[in-house]
Design a protein around this ligand. Sequence first.
Ligand code: CAA
Ligand code: NAD
Length: 305
Amino acid sequence: QRHLSTSPASNGPKIEKLTVFGAGLMGAGIAQVGAQSGLKVTLSDVTDKALENGLNIISKSLSRVAKKKSPDDIEGFTKKIMDNIEITTDAGKAVENTDLVIEAIIESIKVKRDLFGFLDSKAKSECIFATNTSSLSVKEIAESCGKERQERFAGLHFFNPVPAMKLVEIIRTPQTSTSTYESLKEVTLRMGKAPVTCNDTPGFIVNRLLVPYLLESIRMVERGDATPEDIDTAMELGAGYPMGPFKLLDFVGLDTTSYIAQGWREKAASGQISKELVEPIELLEKLVKEGKLGRKSGQGFYEYE
Ligand code: CAA
Ligand code: NAD
């Protein structure tokens, strides 16, 4: 039984304009649900090719949504939402006048801190900054910004595929103000998502439980205990999971999974997570080195068309 509050909270500033950094799997999905909920969205990435990839992800997903919501006018439905999305590779321009930044770029603390440090001087002072990090410390990312922005900084963790997954974790740091938290909760509800609140600990709620399970499934294969296919079948039919761990690893991205484990190894040194859970896994690193990143690269544990 779930006890989710669905009443919109409204004590923080209302968000009308959203800027998303990173046009990959997650950024594209976040931009899409933002646009679907009526926000004006700017999507930014480092190259035109990455932006094109993001727009492709969005239009494919929107045609799925349109088939259900507007079967008689799929094109019109899709166009109306796409018209709410602007794209740019100019990070400074992307945050002009925006109310909320959601960052969904590569899972690297350094790259995320560099981006937010730059944006802090470009965005208006009331603008809220949020990171979609899977595993890094939100506080450490926020510290790339000035003191006032740190009060307007939180984690906003969406799940893949964003248009289909209802959950969003809102992560408060000790500096996050109540008004920032309330604004984020309100906009998440407007996006049709179910927010939960959690502390800034490694992996928050879902990934703290899910990632060790995914890593252990790779170790099972390395030990020769069972094949990826049999493990997937077992977890789907024996535990009721919608996807077995290898389908899910390919879906999440093996590079992203490897970055998470790598980041946590540093946390293990200070006792924030147990060391055995995040020991390096040769098979995972080998696949990443070979560019087999999962669905997004056409091959991971499985091959894709
Ligand atoms: N865009 C729009 N809608 C989509 C979609 C997309 N990309 N993918 C799925 N959907 C919708 C479908 O249209 C369908 O909607 P209706 O029920 O309204 O018809 C619904 O989602 C279910 O999809 P399907 O019937 O096509 O397929 P399915 O039942 O096999 O579900 C799935 C697909 C939702 C992806 C399901 O397999 C699933 O839940 N998988 C597990 C996903 C998961 O665990 N994600 C979390 C990953 S971890 C993470 O994200 C955190 C991190 O930091 C790494
Ligand atoms: P992805 O590899 O699909 O996309 C990352 C995008 O970020 C790429 O388009 C890349 O060009 C862009 N990028 C890199 N540096 C940039 C910069 N400085 N400025 C702007 N864009 C930049 O990755 P993803 O799976 O979308 O993951 C993005 C973030 O979301 C990561 O922090 C990840 O941990 C988190 N996340 C991932 C999942 C998942 O299932 N994949 C789920 C939840 C959260």
